[in-house]
Every structure is written in C-alpha cells, then in structure tokens.
Design a protein around this ligand. Sequence first.
Ligand SMILES: [Zn+2]
Ligand SMILES: [Zn+2]
Length: 359
Amino acid sequence: MSQARAGWSPDSPVEYPPVFVWPPRPAAAARWFAGYPGYLWPFNIVYVLVAIGVWCWATPSVSTMSTWAVGWVGFVLVRNAVLMTAWYGAFHLRLYIRKSQEQRFKYNVKWPAARNDRFTLGSQARENVVWSLASGLPIWTAWEVVTLWLFASGRIRWIHFSDHPIWFIVLMLLIPVYRDLHFYLVHRLIHWPPLYKTIHSLHHRNTNPGPWSGLSMHPVEHMLYFSAIAIHWIVPSNPVHAMFTSFHLMMSPAPGHAGFEHIEVGPGGIDTHGYSHYLHHKYFEVNYADGVLPLDKWFGSFHDGSPQGDAAMKARRLKRSSSSPVQSDQAPRTASSPVIDAGASSGGGASPQGREQRC
Ligand SMILES: [Zn+2]
Ligand SMILES: [Zn+2]
C-alpha cells in the first residue's frame, strides 16, 4: 500500500477472490471464505447479525403484519430511519467530521468542499443525506414492508431452519453473491446513455465519494437497486433471509463509498475494499460489479488500479471511438457527470401462530 501525494493507492493490483481461478486454489479459497478479512468477516457477519437482531427485536409481530395498517408500517419506517442515520452517520462523523485518521488510507487527497454549488443545497454532504433519507429510506422501507406482508399473510413460501437446515444456510451464504450479480445487472442497465443521463448521473456527481454518497441515488435507481429483495418472493426463504438482503442493501454502500481503504478502528482496523468502486466513480465505465464475482473481468470492463489496467481502459475507449462516431457505451460527459474532478473538494402453509416463534 502506498500513501502518495495524490492519495492512497494499492501497491499491487486489485484482485478477485481466489475462487474463479484455474488451476483451483482450494486452500486460498477456504482462507478467503472463512478468514479475516474475507467473505464472511467482518462486514457480512455484521449485516447478518443486524438483520437477525432487527427481525427478532425490532419488527412487528407476524399477525400484525398480515394486514396493512399505518401503525406497523410507520414503525418500520422510523426504525429504518434511525438505523440508516446511525450507520452512515457513524462513518461520516469519524472520517469526515472528526477526521479521526486525517488522510491516512484516503483515496483522494482532497476533502469534499464544504461549499460546492454543483450539488443541491450547496454541498455534497447535504445532497447525499437528502437523497438517502428523502428517497432511499422510504423506497427501501417500501420494498421491505411489502416483503414482510407477503410472508406474514402467507402469500409467499416461508421455510423454517428445522425443516430445511442445509438450504437455509446455503441461501444465507449465497445472498452476498446474488447481491453482486443483481447490482451488476442493474448498474449496467443504468449506464445505458439515456438512463445514465436522466437517472444514474446523480450518483456519479460524487467523484470524491463519502459514506453518504453510497445511497445518494435518483428514486428510479433506488427502486431498481432495492428490488433485489424481490428474489425472496420467488425463492423459498425465511424472513431472516429477506432481512439479510434488505440490510445488506442498506448498509454495504457506506463502507463501499467511505473513500478510505482502511478504517483505523479497534485492534488492527477494518479494510473497506472500496478501491475498485472508487475507480468506478473516477473512470465511470469500469468495475460495475462489487468485487465478489469477476463479472467485469469476464465482460471486459475490469480496472485493477495498475498502469496496465489504465492502459487497457484507454485502449478500449480508443477502439470504441474509432469504431463509432458516438461513444455509445461511455458515460455522457454532461455538467452533472463531470469527467474527473479528483475531488473538488416451512412453507407458506405454516400457521401464523407457528410463525410467531421467530427467534
Ligand atoms: Zn457508487
Ligand atoms: Zn455507475
């Protein structure tokens, strides 16, 4: 790792997990899966524990959620508002207000400007908070309460750990992989120039992102992004699975957009692994996935942060521009998407009574 004057960058290229490799590397794959840091630790374990805790102790009863009522929906909205604000606020407070580790491990050497009229309300932080809480929060909550109502009213299949222990665990383990695939597909879709210009360019205003940039999206992007939870309408699941998907969706953009590779907290600190997505915010047309599945490598949009990755990206751009007068795959360079400012600163038949025994 190096902390040059231009900001932190890795000494070695960004790599995918040692899973989709040939020849196979079973020992390295096992270390990645169960080691620290790795697939499970620390973030996915945190998201699972939060999801279980919220389901057990901060979610209305199944009988209450089986019929629509303002009371329980309002409760979930307020609970989600508190959790979203606490999670994103904790990152922002530590890294950007208290500046507890100054610029150590910060990708971009500049701090987002306190005043920047390119953003609504005159600052990146204010715009990010407004879009997250005014659009992200209600749309996330809407997807969640519809899913909870479908479970509670017996309209979708509800499996129990005691009946399907292996499937229960396998599904839990696959959710972050599924999230990566869903995110990649939605992300590619909204980089289609007409959708980019009207929808996704809002998120890409953040060329020097901070934690709150993670959910600073256009409402249509929020609708698409949080739609990942609808998989549980089709695949036999337990509400705990849906809550894991829901909280993974809400929580994971914070470390992914923190703007720091390493957070100096506790013994040893925590790696965010946000560099790959930072490069996406910097170059627009690389690294659409989030680092679990090597989709960008397979489909030719991977940038590993190295000079070779840079050269490959430039060669792709050159090839496109020479083959077509319109750079159809490239993000439109509009006022709202500046080039790179480097930081201007048991089945559904189970009885409701049985399902109340949730934890
Ligand atoms: Zn982003
Ligand atoms: Zn994008």
